[in-house]
Design a binder for this molecule. Structure first.
Ligand SMILES: Nc1ncnc2c1ncn2[C@@H]1O[C@H](COP(=O)(O)OP(=O)(O)O)[C@@H](O)[C@H]1O
Ligand SMILES: [Mg+2]
Length: 281
């Protein structure tokens, strides 16, 4: 069951990189504990910057961020980060150790986990991502999908309360992508309170999310349920995010005069509508 605790609160956050135009302007939103959130926006709109602010890697130029009601500051940022897992787009960006085993152990050592328990945690985390036979391998020798699975194993070991996937599957082939998605679904099944944020520039599988946040021109452009978004198709067009195939097809069919229910909100429903049409004709 989802609880109503606020996991992340952005309160009027603005951010500027040195000598660059404003990257984030007065952004406010709340993400509840256990929510599954899709954070969308075209490239360069500040999504990765938001993820780094949540993870305490970047400090806002103004505004406050609260993680589980704790206002983040210089002193508590390192301990708050222990509850957050952030997986980047490029799997090579996140490894610092020379073997998979050391990589998974690294976070546990930082968290000062009892060394006698480490071996078991490392093994079970590697097993959950199907990487137990690669413990002695060098992370750089692995495929992109395997690297992301190792990154996930490191976080499974640390039991984060918040997991952010910053375009984490965008460089993977379909099999690598599915493997990672299956592991994340499994993590969510095992821990319903895990707050999950997926960052993407594509509106994919959006109905499986509790909340969708869209950023555009440095500002918050939309926040709401998938149902609310689908009723405001203009928002999807204005935000310049890639639409799922069925939405493109639906728009084209409607504009060419095909009489279809305008509220079709999934590929399955579009197929049903088209079948009905065929039966009627
Ligand atoms: N280290 C940096 N220094 C200066 N500008 C940056 C830096 N990182 C990102 N930016 C700029 O900030 C904006 C937002 O970047 P980013 O958060 O990576 O967007 P997104 O993840 O949505 O593609 C972009 O215009 C980008 O060029
Ligand atoms: Mg990015």
């Amino acid at each position: 069951m989802k609880t109503n605790n606020v996991a992340i609160r952005f309160d009027n956050i603005s951010f500027n990189y040195p000598q660059a135009k404003e990257c984030l302007h007065n952004i406010s939103f709340e993400i509840l504990s256990g929510e599954k959130v899709l954070l969308l926006g075209e490239n360069g709109t500040g999504k990765s910057t938001i993820s780094k602010i949540i993870d305490g890697i970047l400090k806002p130029s103004s505004g406050d961020i609260y993680i589980f009601d704790k206002k983040m500051d210089d002193d508590n940022a390192p301990s708050i980060r222990e509850d957050i897992g952030l997986i980047f787009q490029n799997p090579d960006d996140q490894f610092i150790c020379s073997t998979v085993k050391e990589e998974i152990a690294f976070g546990l050592e930082c968290k000062q986990v009892d060394p006698s328990k480490m071996e078991e945690i490392i093994l079970s985390s590697a097993k959950k991502v199907g990487m137990s036979s690669f413990l002695e391998s060098e992370p750089s020798s692995l495929s992109g999908g395997q690297k992301q699975r190792v990154a996930l194993a490191s976080f499974i070991a640390l039991k984060p309360k918040i997991l952010i996937l910053d375009e984490a599957t965008s460089m993977l082939d379909p099999k690598g992508k599915k493997d990672v998605e299956d592991i994340i679904s499994e993590m969510k099944k095992e821990n319903k309170d895990l707050t999950l944020i997926k960052i993407s520039h594509e509106l994919e599988d959006f109905y499986s999310y509790d909340k969708i946040i869209i950023v555009k021109d440095a500002s918050l452009f939309f926040i709401g349920s998938p149902e609310k978004l689908i009723k405001n198709k203009n928002i999807i067009n204005q935000a310049n995010i890639n639409k799922p195939f069925f939405l493109n097809l639906l728009d084209n069919l409607l504009s060419s005069g095909v009489k279809l229910n305008n509220n079709v909100d999934s590929e399955d429903k579009l197929i049903q509508e088209l079948c009905q049409l065929k039966l009627k004709s």
